[in-house]
Design a protein around this ligand. Sequence first.
Ligand code: ADP
Length: 502
Amino acid sequence: MPDGKTKKAQHKNLIGGRWVAARSGKSFENRNPADSSDLVGTFPASAAEDVKDAVEAARLAFQTWRLTPAPKRAEILYRAGELLGQRKEEYAQDMTREMGKVLEETRGDVQEAMDTAFYMAGEGRRLFGQTTPSELQNKFAMSVRMPVGVCGMITPWNFPMAIPSWKLFPALVCGNTCVIKPAEDTPLSTYNLVQTLMDAGLPPGVANIVTGFGPEAGAPLVEHPDVDAISFTGSSEVGRMVGQTAAANFKPCSLEMGGKNAMILMDDANLELAIEGALWGAFGTTGQRCTATSRILLHKKIAKQFTAMLVERTERLRVGNGLVKGVQVGPQVNAQQIDTTERYVAIALAEGANLLTGGKRLKGRAHSNGHFFAPTIFSGVKPSMRIAQEEVFGPVVALLQFSSFEEAIGIANGISYGLSTSIYTRDVNRAYRAMRDLEAGITYVNAPTIGAEVHLPFGGVKQTGNGHREGGTGALDFYTTWKAVYVDYSDKLQRAQIDTGE
Ligand code: ADP
């Protein structure tokens, strides 16, 4: 079959335009987290030898892809964006089946890939450099963007098409070739994305997929000497290892990791609006977003009222299989993730936080085959508690209280992460001060901590990342390297800094 899917959904790696099994012949299963009896497919359990093949294919393809005019590269991206639009529903269904979030959200995930395709296709006719006067006569000076080469990409499962698109599309329009290692929980969505690129006319070897587990298939990609840059999104623990390995080889490396994102509710906040934002921010994607609203900071004056409203609305959320109409919160992605959530509930209770609702696995008939956890709220949380400091990556939100704007900013900033933040207020002065003083890569005013748009920079400060940005023009900065070019048309040797004419 041309697309690597056999009738039994036994998927293969994509290397040099051919669908091939792992050299070892090993594979792993991808199961539906809402119903573990549903086998989504099997995928190659790849190792260093498969990564090597893929990197060689990408290196070979780089020789021609880098010479393909950027506007032509962009046309392929544009067609891919159009095809994604036609396939949106099918790909959203696949994504809900493989990682659980509800259909409305998986449609949004495909939409984000489409947005990125169109945005980056536009870059094919920009990729602007600069021209600038030379200090010497009859000499021309300019800077141009050059592709980096072969880019390795390691992606997580929570935005299984959007995040690969943030990496692949800018890399491709800039003239790079790629090897992507998707998360073991969500390889199918990466297949769908790359298949779409192939159908749109992407030449063989320009984008390659190697599936498998992190240490076996991800680490060799980071270590491979012929990979010129690495882009990683995932946990801080793995990100640190990836960054250290890349640094040892002087390899550019973009790391995008965790968050512990605060929503601040001032005493003049529109509480109805804030409730909608809190539910969406805390429990959307079952809390499994790096930008999830995991802390809500409440002004003492509105804390009691807001807390009661939030508990009441949270208890009405419908948790279940994301493919079922009316379900608002899907399962957690796998057994390990729900174990982590359960562990943090125990930690919060031991530290003295008050459990207001949730705090347990759901076991009813509709939930018996999946990793379902009740949306959970803790009140009485102190800034130093682990539940206020560490990322849970589950449907758990911590409520903290403050009495002044300054105190709220201090609590919001008092963590090791710096991804997203939000403030609800009608006071324009406070809004602007928050925009200035919150230590984060993203600040929302009167909206929750989630909702990034693809043409703005995405990333964080402190331990969230290492200073790179995805989305926006920051992505182009990562996937290109600047070259300065001087053209001397004077027909004589002119020496900068020396022939000053004095
Ligand atoms: P999460 O907790 O979101 O699963 P991880 O950091 O464990 O985050 O995984 C993110 C990505 O990193 C996945 O594709 C995973 O396979 C990969 N990964 C895990 N361990 C390693 C490793 N040692 N080297 C390279 N990649 C890894």
